[in-house]
Design a protein around this ligand. Structure first.
Ligand code: SAM
Length: 207
């Protein structure tokens, strides 16, 4: 999703909106340094586990009815996707129950970190994806906040639900450029939502 190189993977990374994903757990096992932020970290591992089990059939059903919006090359069916996701969530839950210092209960648009605490901030499947629910101002403020706490911010995908380009993308990029941020849109290898194979990289030009 983020074209992370071996050098990037050694950096101090913030994962924003990481939810019940296993990136933190897996990179930590390879001696990486990841801090994850998500409002769901106010809940215990048991509470998150119950919620995952409860919502699993609904998420599967939604994916089944929107099957045509996805590329089924690496994962071949909705059932296989379910197994892959559940395995990742179990890895998250095992790690989360023993390592609370790497999982911070906080939420955009305000983060509890000093300026440039991280080299790279990553946000996957949150910003832009929920453009219908989250306003343009929320997006702009959130991206600036990620750039405040990290030297570089990467956001993936640039689509909103329905596999359409986010309604906020062009306006946000124009405004950020006017305010002195460097923005670039780069192709990545990963594509699961059809057309969702681009990330936005943002940094403050002179920092
Ligand atoms: C669809 S999940 C994506 C999880 C993970 N990044 C991935 O790609 O699989 C979106 C996540 O954003 C989190 N979220 C919701 N509001 C947020 C906010 N204001 N700031 C940060 N994360 C938020 C949700 O709790 C959820 O875990």
């Amino acid at each position: 999703m983020f074209s992370l190189t071996e050098t990037d993977l050694r950096a101090k990374i913030l994962g924003c909106g990481d939810g019940p994903a296993s990136f933190n757990s897996e990179l930590t096992r390879q001696d990486g340094h990841v801090t994850s932020v998500d409002p769901i970290y106010r809940f215990s591992a048991e509470e998150i586990g119950v919620r995952i089990d409860k919502t699993y059939p609904m998420v599967m059903e939604q994916t089944r009815s929107n099957k045509d919006e996805f590329v089924w090359n690496n994962i071949h069916s909705v059932e296989e996707l379910g197994q892959v996701r559940m395995a990742a969530m179990r890895r998250f839950l095992d790690d989360y129950s023993t390592a609370n210092d790497r999982y911070i209960n906080a939420e955009l648009p305000i983060l509890p970190f000093e300026e440039k605490s991280f080299e790279i901030a990553l946000s996957s499947h949150f910003l832009f994806l929920y453009s219908e629910l989250l306003s343009y101002d929320f997006h702009l403020q959130s991206i600036k906040e990620l750039c405040r706490v990290a030297k570089e911010t990467r956001i993936f995908p640039l689509l909103e639900l329905g596999a359409k380009k986010s309604r906020h993308l062009d306006r946000a990029v124009n405004e950020l450029k006017k305010s002195g941020y460097q923005c670039s849109i780069e192709k990545v290898d990963y594509e699961f939502q059809k057309g969702g194979n681009e990330m936005l990289i943002v940094k403050l030009s002179n920092k």
